[in-house]
Design a protein around this ligand. Structure first.
Ligand code: ZN
Ligand code: ZN
Length: 339
């Protein structure tokens, strides 16, 4: 049985993650994809997708391929079988990371079946030009996604400056009248950006900015009656101003919790200017769960790196090691108590 292959490729100056996320977001195909301008379904192995394919100089026709391989950021492969015509097409995309941080993108299709010999010249003429068009459109789309300069947080968007913070901080909520005020007598530490969905973020910011102080060093000095608990089910009991919604502090009251003895605060609320800079960005991938397009994530991580802020997807390695040791510590002491 004869097999023929359409082979195309392109260099894309965007990470495989960005290229992949553009390809995996079928809903947005109408915005950029000239080859498959409509496509829907769930991109997991074995699923059948449904859409329209527009080949060169032929009317658009329905495309209902079965997904054979879905390897995130590396390979997508589907098959379409036209039994009556005696031909099947295995259409695949291979993404290879390059040393420069880009993607070598291979876009091929293998045709098999008794009809291939007769049909091949026609197939090649109608496929190759539009496959090349799609590659170019994908390149433009992915590179545009990485050219976006995201706004992360007002504390770092203009560049990172760090203060000593040695005089402590007076935090004030956003109310013009009767603001809640919190006084902290010590330096704020472990300041970081947080991408989780629970920490309070100023308007328009992607990340929250969060630091900790030891319990007992934080006192509400004005308008305490305006504070209310945000979510009693969370380990960190966040207290917010009822009027402006700003979180003033988060408190851990579970004595076994790895953050027991700490209070969480947002340094940008300080009326003093010399707050310590964020040391890292935590829970970065949580931005996707909160609705950020994965196509923007490489731009976000690149911007963080340019600012000298390492990004992680939980806490920093330093804090993760402390949390891991805390689990061991708790276990050891509960065992020795039982002995
Ligand atoms: Zn307020
Ligand atoms: Zn958070």
């Amino acid at each position: 049985m004869r097999m023929e292959r359409v082979e195309t490729e392109i260099e894309i100056n965007a990470s495989p993650q960005t290229v992949w996320s553009v390809m995996d977001d079928l809903e947005r195909y109408p915005e950029w994809n000239p080859l498959v301008p409509e496509f829907s379904g769930r991109t997991t192995v074995g699923r059948v997708l449904s859409g329209t394919i527009v080949l060169h100089n032929v009317p658009a026709f329905p495309l209902t391929p079965t997904l054979l391989r879905v390897v995130g950021a590396r390979e997508l492969r589907w098959i379409t079988v036209a039994e009556e015509q005696g031909i099947s097409g295995e259409h695949y995309f291979i993404l290879t990371p390059t040393a420069a941080g880009g993607t070598h993108f291979v876009h091929n299709e293998e045709f098999e079946g008794p009809a291939v010999t007769v049909m091949w010249p026609g197939i090649e003429a109608v496929t190759r030009p539009v496959y090349i068009n799609m590659n170019q459109a994908l390149k433009a789309r992915a590179e545009a996604m990485e050219a976006i300069r995201p706004m992360l947080h007002p504390a770092v968007d203009g560049g990172v400056t760090t203060g000593s913070g040695s005089a402590g901080a007076t935090l004030r909520c956003h109310c013009a009248e009767h603001p809640v005020e919190v006084r902290i007598d010590v330096k704020l530490v472990h300041n970081h950006l947080c991408g989780c969905s629970k920490c309070w973020k100023p308007g328009g910011a992607l990340f929250a900015q969060t630091a900790v102080v030891p319990a007992g060093t934080l006192h509400v000095i004005a308008n305490e009656d305006k504070l209310s608990l945000v979510d009693a089910s969370q380990s960190i009991k966040r207290h917010a101003c009822r009027d402006c919604g700003v979180h003033m502090f988060g408190r851990v009251d579970d004595v076994d919790h790895h953050f027991y003895g700490l209070e969480f605060v947002h340094p940008e609320l300080a009326i003093e200017a010399d707050m310590p800079a964020p040391e890292f960005a935590g829970f970065t991938s949580s931005l996707v769960e909160a609705g950020k397009s994965p196509s923007h994530m490489t731009a976000i991580r690149k911007r963080l790196a340019a600012l000298g802020i390492p990004s992680y997807d939980a806490f920093s390695p330093e804090l993760m090691d402390i949390i891991a040791w805390h689990k061991v510590k708790i276990l050891k002491h509960s065992k020795s108590a039982a002995d």
